[in-house]
Design a protein around this ligand. Structure first.
Ligand SMILES: Cc1ncc(COP(=O)(O)O)c(C=O)c1O
Length: 375
């Protein structure tokens, strides 16, 4: 592999376990600037008193280990940094070569790069509803999106997407679990789909929320990347790792595709981001802590929605998509109570997305549901 990856990081760090969890317990308070900070207010996170439940972030991060690592890295901020160590860590954990990892500024950059790299030779086949920010970025530069309508309760129609793959298509893009619906595809069906369709065109699976699902390994299509299939998998440090502001993500693919995508990646990682990623990548105690907070919040929201007669889609993510009479009015009513949630997505005016956040903020959301529904 050429890179000597430190076993301490690969095995989750020597200070994992109970010590790390004790540190995690203080993370919520630290996910805000201290009162005596010299930084201008409003640079990061919610304004005081605002429950920020609109952006699928994880306010329980970053982990205490990350904060220590970032402080250390800042001392070396004079130097350009070497990302090969992180690529090797990711490769080792996923059973691929470092040359198959494309690091980027959030997974968004690698996803945009992939959309441009493949989109120049054909259309991108995708669902009607998914996290399409990066596909739209490519669309604005002339790439065609070939969207297939959703079926049932806003499910991705794999059969329709497969049928849409013809000579005009250069890549398929699936998001699993999907955003904003939170729904997961049946892993066996998705695996069979990827195996078949990747014989024709590359299939990119955005797995931003994979680690939050009940069975991350079973839900992931990484086994197909390892098997040399024409499949690409995107991951991020923005969700379970609680580091959306640190901007670290990556795509894992064949060496050829990794090279292709790299040509469209425009920036490279900052020293604090690199340190944060290395310090947290195998911090299993923190990841379990984050997941437990998301699960706790989801159970609270599910119970409150059920009590208030709101139907919601099944979710294994840190957000819930729920059926309300008027998503815009519901959002306004929540905003009037200093609770930020998402408004309608296009024509889906009766669907409202709420992100899991700090437990106390989720409590406020749950308590506000009856009044917001009446708005
Ligand atoms: C499905 C999905 N993929 C990718 C991203 C981009 O995340 P980032 O660029 O922070 O890695 C998001 C952001 O919300 C997302 O929901």
């Amino acid at each position: 592999m050429g890179i000597n990856v430190n076993r301490r990081f690969l095995l989750g760090g020597a200070v994992g376990g109970a010590g790390a969890l004790a540190g995690c317990a203080t993370a919520p308070a630290s996910a805000a600037l201290p009162a005596d900070s010299n930084l201008p207010a409003g640079l990061f996170g919610p304004a005081p008193g605002v429950a920020l439940l609109s952006r699928n972030e994880n306010p329980y991060g970053p982990s205490p280990k990350v904060m220590a690592a970032v402080a250390e890295a800042t001392r070396c901020g004079a130097y350009y940094c070497d990302t090969s160590y992180l690529a090797a860590m990711i490769a080792e954990k996923n059973g691929i070569a470092p040359s198959q990892v494309v690091l980027s500024t959030g997974s968004g950059e690698a996803l945009s790069a992939a959309a441009l790299a493949f989109g120049k030779s054909g259309a991108i086949a995708c669902p009607a509803l998914f996290w399409d920010t990066t596909s739209k970025y490519a669309e604005a530069k002339g790439v065609t999106l070939k969207r297939s309508p959703m079926i049932g309760d806003l499910e991705i129609d794999l059969a329709a997407i497969e049928a849409s793959v013809d000579d005009s298509v250069s890549m398929v893009h699936i998001c699993n679990p999907n955003n904003p619906t939170g729904r997961s595809l049946d892993p066996a069906q998705l695996r069979a789909f990827c195996s078949r369709v990747s014989e024709k065109v590359p299939v990119l699976v955005d797995e931003a929320y994979n680690e939050l699902t009940d069975d991350p390994a079973g839900n992931s299509m990484m086994d197909l990347v390892r098997a040399g299939k024409n499949v690409l998998v995107a991951r991020t440090f923005s969700k379970i790792y609680g580091m959306a502001g640190m901007r670290i993500g990556y795509i894992m693919a064949s060496e050829e595709h990794a090279r292709m995508i790299s040509q469209y990646v425009m920036s490279w990682m900052s020293a604090p981001s690199l340190a944060a990623a290395v310090a947290s990548y195998n911090d299993d105690a923190f990841l379990a802590f984050s997941k437990s907070k998301v699960t706790e919040a989801r159970q609270m929201v599910h119970a409150a929605m059920t009590a208030n007669g709101i139907n919601y889609l099944p979710s294994e993510t840190n957000f819930i998509y729920a059926n309300v009479p008027d998503a815009a009015a519901y959002q306004r009513a929540m905003a009037a109570r200093n609770i930020q949630i998402r408004g309608p997505y296009g024509a889906l005016t009766q669907w409202s997305r709420v992100s899991m956040g700090k437990i106390e903020d989720v409590e406020r959301y749950c308590a506000a549901i009856p009044e917001a529904l009446g708005a």
